[in-house]
Design a protein around this ligand. Structure first.
Ligand code: ADE
Length: 223
């Protein structure tokens, strides 16, 4: 699966993809991540990528020309299943959307800054607008990293123990049960007996009950 990310700050995206599961997925060829600098496409003599908003008001707008040319450059190379714009006014990202995106071949992600990108880019090219939550970031890069990270880790083969991705919180609309590891007792704090019992069926039942209890307590909206 291939991701192409358009940004004016490629350096912001270097480290999120250079560790752990995502790095290994890229090394294994399961995921390919291209990062394109929008500034390289600017025809302005100072390589500007933003300008004042027509109609006035505070804040700069990312102009149409560099983004349109960058998008066209990518479209000449391949078709994209979705062209995604990261924006606080998009649909709210969740596990269901991540699952759906993980079945695609090529995704393009456009990161905005300042007051956003010229609306004509959204009208002409963008097929999906995603927000990662009701707060405003300085740009779409961290949001793009969140989307790519959550999608790559569920591509089959990205996590060696596949059941691990399937038992994530949200995969069945439930939060995960608590987890424990060695030692079984630390400074008087004990691991629940049942987890040491070796009784797989009883452990599964306990996990399901804990999952439900947590979800009811913390996220009743999921039930
Ligand atoms: N860009 C700025 N804030 C954002 C958000 N919450 N989600 C996605 N993109 C953004």
């Amino acid at each position: 699966m291939r991701f192409d990310i358009l940004t004016v700050h490629p350096e912001l995206l270097e480290s999120p993809f250079n560790y752990s599961i995502i790095k290994r997925a890229v090394e294994k060829g399961i995921a390919e991540i291209g990062i394109l600098n929008i500034r390289d496409f600017s025809k302005d003599k100072h390589k500007k990528t933003d300008d004042y908003a027509f109609g006035g008001g505070a804040g700069m707008v990312m102009t149409i020309q560099p983004i349109a040319d960058a998008v066209e450059h990518l479209l000449e190379q391949r078709n994209y299943d979705e062209i995604i714009y990261l924006t606080p006014d998009g649909i709210q990202f969740n596990q269901g959307i991540a699952n759906n995106l993980s079945t695609k071949r090529n995704l393009m992600l456009i990161c905005g800054h300042y007051k956003g990108i010229d609306q004509r880019i959204r009208d002409k090219y963008v097929s999906m607008e995603i927000s990662i939550g009701d707060y405003v970031l300085t740009g779409g890069e961290l949001a793009a990293a969140v989307v790519v990270d959550s999608v790559v880790r569920i591509i089959p083969g990205a996590i060696s123990d596949e059941t691990s991705a399937l038992s994530d919180s949200f995969q069945d609309n439930l939060l995960s049960a608590p987890v424990y590891s060695r030692p079984s007792e630390f400074k008087g704090m004990k691991v629940p007996e049942i987890l040491l019992s070796g009784n797989t069926a009883a452990i599964e039942k306990w996990r399901m009950e804990e999952s439900l209890r947590r979800t009811k307590e913390r996220r009743p909206d999921l039930l």
